[in-house]
Design a protein. Sequence first.
Length: 255
Amino acid sequence: MEILKLNQIPLLKENQMIIPLFTLESLLLPGDEMVMRVFEPRYKQMLDDITLDNLAYGHVMSNPAMPDINGWLVPYDVGTLVQVNDLEEQGTNLLYGAKGGERFRILSLIEPALKPEPFDAIFPSVNELMEQYIEQAPSGKLYVRAVIEIIPELKGTIEPVKWESLLALWRTYIENIAEINEMDVDEFDIDNEIKNMFPNADNDAIWKLASLIIDSIEDQIQALKTIDINELSSIIESSIQKKLNMIRLFRQSNE
């Protein structure tokens, strides 16, 4: 992954764009949602920049195998675009809802204007930090940016038999978890709940199922890079089977 300084930003091709990156310790699959709390100046600046023009940022996860950039964590090379929803202030924090959107691939990273500093519990304002670089680097930012390209939507369609098989596997997993926790499965209309959650076997549905099931970082990265819908369904099936195998081992160890 190429690392660019501010004076090295290239002319963008038709399918490329520059976006801010929010680097976290988890990924967000398309359609998945989480509540975000922002308190660091770099990400407050990012939110100011994108909310003014209703732009998206990139949700990415730090890659521990990569060296840092001037002290900043380097992410994996894939992520999802996020639109900020219901932004509100809570004391010195900013809260909002994040929902994973289109997938993207990082082509190169753009260094932030300043190296990170330990601020302990008291953070300086965005303006105070900007004063440190604005004359030398007026186009600089406190946060990492990236040149990206959008990953196209999944190709193909999932066969109805395959889709029903995935849902049946997931139902089996839910029943096993309920039994382990000594819950009465008969009290829940699992079949009806699944039908309500997944009325159609389309791209939105398979990403929703993926976000519920795929929890290993390796599998999530692989899922974000998939091109074909059947490739994603295979990752989902493998993830459920791993969970069921873990349940079998747990039961065997308690016999």
